[in-house]
Design a protein around this ligand. Structure first.
Ligand code: C5J
Length: 229
């Protein structure tokens, strides 16, 4: 029985230990990638995020089939906005901001349609959903406690956006002692250059924040690992 398996990654191979690794899918909420959502309302090109849906779906299917831990996050706030920092509310000087009515309900407010996860990647019963008020998934959440209770030491991180919530979460995870593997085809940004640089920053300097690979490499490694169980 194999407990860990090497897979191709940058800056060097990643040793995946499936029983101690969780898949963390960041903020695949309707308001970000769906046509007609808040992201598009702001003038963003949602196709840059939509290209991540199929790879995430295939990865999620393989991860679930292997019986491994999956967690999802959602960025958003309490309906009374008590957890919304005033600076986050006003930054950007946008006419429509967090808490206001948007195309899919109140923007980034828990319980609203746009805040929910897209149907293609919808959580299954038993998969924790972390509601986070910040960009990082560890800030003001119980994510670290949940991972510790499950003896998780590594994270495969996917979702949106690469340079904001994915990068912030990977940095927070790094400081808490987790190894992070970020999958380039499963992460996206409205700005392709930020996506590319966001990944570069993670794998720079010998993997200062972690590793970068693809869904195909992880799916292959999972299949190889499962054949040894
Ligand atoms: C995320 C954002 N999820 N860009 N949010 O990255 O504001």
């Amino acid at each position: 029985m194999t407990t860990a398996i090497d897979l191709a990654a940058e800056p060097y191979e990643f040793t995946l230990a499936p029983k101690h690794c969780a898949l963390l899918i960041i903020d695949m909420q309707r308001d970000f990638p769906e046509p007609g959502g808040f992201g598009e309302m702001l003038g963003n090109d949602v196709s840059q995020l939509r290209r991540t849906i199929d790879p995430n779906r295939r990865l999620l299917e393989a991860w679930r089939a292997a019986g491994l831990t999956v967690l999802h996050t959602r960025e958003g706030h309490r309906p009374d906005l008590a957890d919304l920092p005033p600076v986050k509310k006003i930054r950007g000087r946008s006419a429509t901001s967090i808490g206001d009515s948007g195309p899919m309900g109140r923007i980034l407010v828990r319980g609203e349609a746009g805040h929910d996860i897209i149907a293609e990647l919808y959580p299954e019963p038993g998969e924790p959903v972390i509601d986070k008020p910040g960009k990082g998934a560890f800030h003001a959440t119980d994510l670290h406690a949940i991972l510790q209770h499950r003896d998780v030491k590594q994270l495969v991180v996917t979702g949106v956006t690469t340079e904001v919530c994915v990068n912030t979460t990977v940095r927070e995870a790094n400081d808490r002692g987790y190894d992070c593997l970020v999958l380039e085809d499963c992460c996206g940004s409205y700005f392709p250059e930020f996506h590319a640089m966001g990944l570069k920053m993670i794998k720079a300097q010998g993997g200062i924040f972690g590793w970068v690979s693809s869904s195909e490499s992880v799916i292959k490694a999972l299949a190889a690992w499962r054949s040894t169980q």
